[in-house]
Design a protein around this ligand. Structure first.
Ligand SMILES: CC(C)(COP(=O)(O)OP(=O)(O)OC[C@H]1O[C@@H](n2cnc3c(N)ncnc32)[C@H](O)[C@@H]1OP(=O)(O)O)[C@@H](O)C(=O)NCCC(=O)NCCS
Length: 198
């Protein structure tokens, strides 16, 4: 029987995080009606041809448009897709998106930022893990580190493991890594910061 994703997907409650420069970043779940405006905000990254900003951003934009058209992304059902957006004073500063392989396996897609040096990606990443494990209730999150910075900041420091699937790769050719709910419960007190909204 086909999964009814409308019964599984839940809204992200939101989080308010103080960035290193003292500004407040509000992280909220994105609605489908916001897809075009979020993609427009990401366009500057397409001309930033360093450290995979252009490639990762073009993938996010494609994925959000596929979501808009209710089409699957890399075999993830359309109904399982979500995106969290970080804003400072209403301006979009970062985006992180994902989907689910099935109701118990999350498949993280991408994270990118529109401002450098403020740890925005490092703050958005645990928000996405919070959404997967604590809101949607998955057992495992699968993810791939696409860039060297992402691997160093978002995977190694979180204890993602490469071992279970040495022969499985993401569409970027990066090896698939996993985090489990018990792992998340062990590390989240030190990683998930800010004030929960809602
Ligand atoms: C990976 C990513 C999300 C991390 O975002 P972040 O946590 O906000 O990271 P920052 O911009 O604060 O800093 C990242 C690194 O860039 C470098 N950096 C920081 N400020 C910089 C600046 N003004 N100019 C150039 N490089 C800078 C530093 O090496 C820094 O590492 P550090 O924080 O350990 O010192 C972001 O770099 C990004 O969007 N990259 C492109 C897409 C990507 O790789 N996504 C992740 C795939 S796994």
């Amino acid at each position: 029987m086909a999964t009814d994703w409308t019964k599984i997907m839940k809204p992200y409650p939101g989080r308010l995080i103080t960035l290193p420069d003292g500004s407040e970043m509000e992280v909220t779940g994105m609605e489908r009606k916001d897809i075009d405006s979020v993609c427009d905000a990401l366009i500057p990254n397409l001309t930033y041809h360093k450290e995979l900003f252009d490639l990762v951003t073009s993938e996010i934009i494609t994925e959000l448009f596929l979501w808009r058209e209710n089409r699957p992304i890399w075999e993830l059902p359309a109904g399982s897709q979500f995106c969290l957006v970080g804003r400072v004073n209403g301006e979009i500063v970062g985006v992180t998106n994902g989907g689910c392989r099935d109701p118990k396996i999350g498949n993280s897609l991408h994270t990118t930022t529109l401002k450098r040096g403020l740890q925005i990606g490092a703050y958005l990443w645990p928000c996405k893990l919070e959404h997967y494990f604590d809101v949607l209730g998955v057992d495992t999150v699968e993810a791939s580190a696409e860039s060297a910075i992402g691997s160093r900041k978002l995977f190694k420091t979180y204890g993602f493991t490469e071992h279970p699937y040495p022969d499985r790769y993401s569409h970027f050719g990066a090896i698939l890594q996993t985090m489990t709910k018990p792992q998340w419960d062990r590390i989240k007190a030190g990683k998930l910061v800010g004030e929960k909204l809602g």
